[in-house]
Design a protein around this ligand. Structure first.
Ligand SMILES: [Zn+2]
Ligand SMILES: [Zn+2]
Length: 346
């Protein structure tokens, strides 16, 4: 089968991956599931994998097939698999988990002590077939477009996981700020609208992103290039601040919103990454607020997100590419030129 593989870490996205002919994976263990890939989302994390940023955390050995946002049709199952059978449409939770460690038993898939992450630690889904396991596959209802839903396997679930934590803390009449209305942010905004009666303010530096936020149901929009976000939020909340911040950017500037925007006891959810938190401890004590990190999400959360998608509450903007175009996608994402989420259709 054909697979887009990384042979060497590089900063040159234009020829980062090569299309190799490799053996099709087989279900050699009882819980294995082989999925014929219909859609595999391209993620900023793929650019970071190519650059070598995940080499140590994931113990990678090259060459490796990338792609961790996968959806397709079950092609083969191990002898113990009962959740799905050949021909079923599935969305793949990005982690293959063991089910018996303490993290798994607590329902925290991402805390699995034996976690395998196809596309980051083993071969992923930029290929005709993917090897995963029974604990990872979410059966899909009829009529779901497999290419459209693929990015929810990582981008969607990560946004949803943060929103679910924020929504629990938001009562009607309270306020939330969504920072960054890009790939993850536009999913998070829709999930927040579906799960909370809070008043939502979207913040971005691009007017097109703010127009999208408005179309998707944000009550207020702020361009942080032109407006003082703290002053505007102060006016919108009569000086009381917002209860929850969902930060899909995670830059120094946006991480600095917490002490200036949050009501006492609020939370700043950090979803995007790259910046550093630099606040005096006294600001956290005085404001009684928390920074909360976000790492993907759980299997049940992916099922919940699928339910929101099936109900029409969350839609994803995608552009489709052939496997041969994969290096163009890597380059275009690096330059910020991709419309919505890029999905490879091997
Ligand atoms: Zn991803
Ligand atoms: Zn486990």
């Amino acid at each position: 089968m054909r697979a887009a593989r990384l042979h060497e870490y590089t900063d040159e996205m234009g020829d980062a991956l090569s299309i190799d002919d490799v053996d099709r994976p087989e279900a050699t263990e009882g819980d294995h599931v082989v999925v014929e890939i219909e859609g595999a989302g391209w993620c900023q994390t793929d650019n970071h994998v190519i650059e070598g940023m995940w080499e140590e955390q994931m113990n990678q050995s090259l060459p490796m097939t990338l792609g961790h946002e996968n959806a397709g049709v079950v092609a083969e199952t191990g002898e113990d698999v009962t959740v799905v059978s050949e021909g079923d449409a599935v969305l793949c939770h990005p982690a293959m988990t063991c089910g018996v460690c303490r993290g798994c038993r607590r329902g925290q898939d991402m805390h699995c002590e034996n976690l395998v992450f196809p596309g980051l630690s083993t071969d992923g889904g930029f290929a005709e077939y993917l090897l995963t396991n029974e604990r990872a596959v979410v059966p899909l209802p009829d009529g779901v477009d497999l290419t459209e839903i693929a990015p929810h396997a990582d981008a969607g679930i990560t946004a949803y996981h943060a929103v679910k934590k924020a929504a629990r803390e938001l009562n009607p009449g309270e306020h939330a700020v969504v920072v960054g209305v890009g790939g993850l942010g536009h999913i998070g905004l829709q999930a927040l609208r579906a799960m909370s009666a809070a008043e939502i303010t979207a913040v971005d530096v691009k007017d097109e992103a703010l127009k999208l936020a408005h179309d998707l149901g944000a009550h207020h929009t702020l361009n942080s290039r032109d407006e003082d976000v703290a002053d505007e939020v102060d006016a919108l909340t009569d000086g009381s601040g917002v209860e929850q911040i969902l930060d899909f950017v995670g830059a120094d500037e946006t991480l600095d919103y917490a002490p200036n925007l949050l009501a006492a006891g609020g939370d700043h959810h950090v979803v995007g990454y790259g910046g550093h938190v630099h606040e005096p401890a006294q600001a956290l004590v005085n404001g009684d607020f928390d920074y909360r990190g976000t790492l993907v999400g759980t299997y049940p959360e992916l099922q919940e997100l699928v339910a929101l998608v099936a109900a029409g509450d969350v839609e994803l903007r995608t552009s489709r590419y052939e496997l041969d175009e994969i290096n163009d996608v890597a380059e275009e994402l690096e330059r910020g030129e991709i419309e919505g989420r890029a999905v490879i259709t091997p």
